[in-house]
Design a protein around this ligand. Structure first.
Ligand SMILES: Nc1nc2c(c(=O)[nH]1)N[C@H]1C(S)=C(S)[C@@H](COP(=O)(O)O)O[C@H]1N2
Ligand SMILES: [Mo]
Length: 374
């Protein structure tokens, strides 16, 4: 049948009605709210800053994010307290944003997200590679409001701590880190009691803590301007990379449940790290032997082979090591000469036993990698 002009118009009208009702049905089918264009656009002027992609920082608005290809995914994550956070996120994948600027996720070894409330978190490269990172502007089809928006990071399959609410800025970091190749290990069990404890108030609770500034001033290099990050690891395997700036203005809680805990009056709750096992800061690694013994990988019985200690802090390979006690005792051994050396904890005192019949160092304070020449 040959279509007349009138027939075409009727067909168009029928199609339009069908399309509209299909749209309406799909809206109710996915439980989304029926919002006007104006209501959907409330956050369009909000901007996030992208740092590290081009010479100058880039500001991208929610309206511009909406012009990019988007995905909609229902996702759930577990909070540290066991509660479940769920969202029905719509927004571009981080890959799509990067593509716009000629970059891709694998160009970076860390991506750090910052929020309006001071929260920030670095996403390590394995998570960056393995996950869909959605820069969400809608939850359940509606603009994200208040404490959650206007933009929320949603990382499918990963812990809720990565789901940054109120996103304001993304830093793309390329620098490789020297942090996992320390040249000195300081035992936190021995070092913390030597520093002045301060009484601070965190979330209304008065606690005792040592400032990280004091810790690094005493045993690290506070003036080294090539250090950008501190790495923290906890008994449950949680590891975090913190900016020097955030690290240095915080505290290590020295007593009470969860100590040693990275905390502070100005640190958002989600950024605290309980049961610290290691801290890496520049060339210095700190290890809580007490907490290390609580980790899954730790040997039973509380006595750790020296090689196990070295392994726990990353590579600190050397021919020779210098062991220093809290009382100033120093002993030096070639690695090959002490295959049976152990480190253990005896009523709060760290004991280094060279395992060759020599006297043990009671109150081991530090272990330094010594070059052959010295
Ligand atoms: N802006 C901001 N985002 C944040 C946090 C925060 O304190 N501020 N906490 C994180 C942590 S630790 C968790 S467990 C989840 C909690 O998600 P919810 O606030 O939606 O329950 O948000 C993450 N995103
Ligand atoms: Mo959390």
């Amino acid at each position: 049948m040959k279509k007349t002009g009138k027939g075409k118009r009727i067909l168009a009208a029928v199609l339009a009605v069908m399309l509209l009702s299909a749209a309406a049905v799909s809206f109710t089918a996915c439980g989304g709210p029926d919002l006007s264009a104006e209501e959907l656009a409330v956050n369009d002027d909000a901007v996030i800053t992208l740092h590290g992609l081009e010479e100058e920082d880039i500001e991208i608005s929610v309206a511009e994010l909406k012009e990019l290809d988007s995905v909609t995914e229902k996702a759930e994550a577990t909070r540290s307290n066991g509660e479940v956070v769920s969202v029905d996120a719509t927004g571009p994948l981080l890959d799509t944003i990067l593509e716009k600027y000629g970059a891709e996720k694998s160009d970076f070894n860390t991506i750090r997200f910052y929020a309006e409330d001071g929260y920030s978190i670095a996403m390590p490269s394995d998570i960056i590679e393995d996950s869909d990172i959605i820069i969400a502007y809608y939850d359940g089809g509606a603009p994200i409001t208040d404490e959650n928006g206007p933009v929320r990071v949603v990382v499918t399959g990963q812990r809720a701590m990565y789901w940054v609410r109120m996103l304001t800025r993304i830093d793309f970091e390329t620098g490789t880190s020297s942090a996992m190749t320390p040249s000195e290990l300081v035992m936190l069990d021995s070092a913390l009691p030597q520093l002045t404890e301060q009484s601070i108030t965190v979330k209304g609770e008065q606690i005792y803590a040592v400032s990280t500034y004091d810790l690094i001033s005493a045993y690290g290099d506070i003036n080294d301007n090539t250090i950008w990050n501190a790495y923290l690891k906890a008994t449950d395997g949680l590891s975090k990379n913190e900016t020097k700036q955030n690290f240095i203005k915080s505290y290590i809680r020295t007593s009470g449940e969860g100590s040693p805990e990275f905390t502070g009056p100005d640190l958002p709750e989600g950024m605290t790290v309980r049961d610290l096992v290691t801290i890496h800061y520049g060339d210095t690694a700190f290890l809580s032997l007490d907490r290390y013994l609580q980790t899954d990988g730790a040997p039973e019985g509380g006595t750790v082979p020296f090689s196990g200690i070295l392994k726990e802090i990353g590579s600190m390979t050397s021919d020779t090591y210098l062991f220093t006690g809290t009382d100033g005792t120093e002993v030096q051994y070639a690695y090959d000469d002490i295959p049976d050396a152990t480190v253990s904890l005896s009523s709060g005192t760290v004991v280094f036993d060279p395992g060759n019949g020599d006297a043990a160092v009671q109150g081991l304070f530090s272990i330094e990698a010594v070059s052959q020449a010295s």
